[in-house]
Ligand binder design. Sequence first.
Ligand code: PMP
Length: 323
Amino acid sequence: MALPKFAFLDGKILPYAEAKVGLLTHALNYGTGCFAGIRAYWNAEEEDLLVFRGSDHFVRFLESTRLLSMELQFSVERLVGSLLELLQKEGLREDCYIRPLAFLSEETIGVRLHGLKASVSMVAFPFGKYLDRDEGAHLTISSWRRIDDDVIPPRGKITGGYANSAFAKTDAQNAGFDDAILLDTNGKISEATVSNVFLVRRGEVITPKTTDSVLEGITRRTVITLLKRELGCPFVERSIDRTELFLAEEAFLAGTGVEIVPVTRVDHRTIGSGQPGPVTEALRRVFFSAVHGRLPKYRSWCEAVYSSSPRVLARSETVETGA
Ligand code: PMP
């Protein structure tokens, strides 16, 4: 992958190559970091880049830092401002992905959360599809169980917790599947490796509760709003058995990376008709209009990069290339 030109690190924008960490960095050794994944969409008519629900992502990001007992001086507004500034510096005019990261940055040995310095970084780069399966993905139910709130809280987007997703993803791909769904410790469906799971059964849309070992997805919230307000679908959050997925009329994944991907097979069983279903297709249409800023009702979810006010922008110190 092509590397970004710049990076935000602890309040400054640096050339990417100069934003480095040492080998003893605590988070690199112990997984004591947390992150966000945000998309920005290029709107060709407006010739502007629109960050989708940046503030909501940063609210969850700061919640994750609190779970890790990090002491940081950044507000949501400051993080959004720094993100807009970084995107302007990168000058991207295409769909892209932003990766904010907060990490215990002291170079020291000793497993703990307390009494350690934390850093915040951000990078942005062009990004296409994460899971290229618009025609429908084939998933497996992983033999790995999802981490639980009393193991590594999945409610926080904690770097160390992603080893759990990585085990499941690699085993799924090695076995010929596109991705995996993990069951929680009670044997109920939690989520896929980087996305929330929805299914449609008897006309009702169902997704696991936020207490069923899932990340509180921003796309999940977007989907719930659009299902209720735009599609008028009956909707419920409740625990889901594996076999309900097998019997579903439709299933789909929702996340910033995957966006909305239909699930048409699970462990070689066909879901519904075996094609993306009508609810999933209608939802995808309204979702992609919303993220591109084309629905006035949801325009407040989008933050324009190039026409944003300079007041928000002039907050980070920009460090020019050390040439
Ligand atoms: N679950 C997991 C484990 C994830 O990594 C993600 C991606 N952030 C999601 C769900 C979806 O969350 P969001 O819609 O906020 O990207």
